[in-house]
Design a protein around this ligand. Structure first.
Ligand code: C2E
Ligand code: MG
Ligand code: MG
Length: 242
């Protein structure tokens, strides 16, 4: 009972408003306080606890977004991170299917965020799995794009809907001509291949202005909001934001 879910709002630049969240897990440890997922997710993967944790995150996120959308009469999407280990689990598709059925969430309000780390060895299997979700009308985002084993092949072969460009390219976008060029090109690739583009880790007005000029669709970053607990979401949106 020590895991908690935070939600980070995503800002839609063309609509000029928030229209989704990413669910981010934290471990509220009795003596250590809030432990970052980057500290314990890999341990959970090694110890096979990740599927159970991931399922809990998924269920809670679906319940959250269903209630949020009903309450505010909105079509916000919640994005849930799926670990590569969890994705490759035999029962993953059934688990997701069952959560959708049990919670009654509209699958169009759910997006799975995946990373490229495990595709290298089993692209066919990943393709099949992702296709299953696309047939259910669940969106698929490729997270941390541009880092690790990024390959343009994934954009060509996998049925993804969204590209999330990693924060490392945004950090120095104001000062680095190379980063600016890379971001510009990735936005163009995404747009011309029909993918939604989200840029992660936007912290300043200057970064935002550049991305806005480059035609970026979505922004996720501390500039708009840090990940916040559910109670604060209610306050944020109870005001006049939605
Ligand atoms: P991610 O999926 O790429 O999530 C984005 C991370 O960037 C989050 O860190 C978020 O707090 C952080 N972030 C967003 N905007 C900014 C910004 O403007 N500045 C800075 N400095 N950071 C920003 P967080 O919550 O610590 O999560 C780290 C990673 O842990 C996530 O990266 C994801 O890979 C993993 N993770 C989190 N929750 C889950 C989960 O439920 N399941 C799985 N499998 N992995 C998770
Ligand atoms: Mg993510
Ligand atoms: Mg990321």
């Amino acid at each position: 009972e020590q895991l908690v879910l935070f939600y980070q709002p995503k800002y839609n630049l063309s609509k000029d408003e928030f229209d989704g969240f990413e669910a981010l897990v934290r471990w509220n440890h009795p003596t250590k306080g809030l432990v970052s997922p980057s500290k314990f997710i890999s341990v959970a993967e090694e110890s096979n606890l990740i599927s159970e944790i991931g399922l809990w995150v998924l269920k809670k996120s679906c319940i959250f977004i269903k209630e949020f959308n009903e309450q505010h009469n909105k079509d916000f999407i919640v994005a849930v991170n799926a670990s590569a280990v969890q994705l490759m689990d035999d029962g993953f598709e059934d688990s997701v299917f069952n959560v959708i059925k049990e919670t009654g969430v509209n699958p169009q309000h759910l997006e799975l965020e995946i990373t490229e780390s495990l595709f290298v060895s089993s692209l066919d299997l990943v393709f099949e799995k992702l296709n299953f979700f696309r047939n259910m009308e669940i969106s698929i985002a490729l997270d941390d794009f541009g880092t690790g084993y990024s390959s343009l092949t994934y954009l060509k072969t996998l049925p993804i809907t969204t590209l999330k460009l990693d924060k490392t390219f945004i950090d120095d976008i104001v000062s680095s001509e190379v980063s600016l060029t890379i971001v510009k090109s990735v936005i163009q690739i995404a747009k011309s291949t029909g993918l939604k583009i989200i840029v992660e880790g936007v912290e300043t007005k200057e970064q935002l202005n550049i991305l806005s000029t480059l035609g970026c669709d979505y922004i996720q970053g501390f500039y708009f909001s840090k990940p916040i607990p559910e109670e604060e979401i209610a306050t944020l949106f109870a005001k006049d934001n939605v």
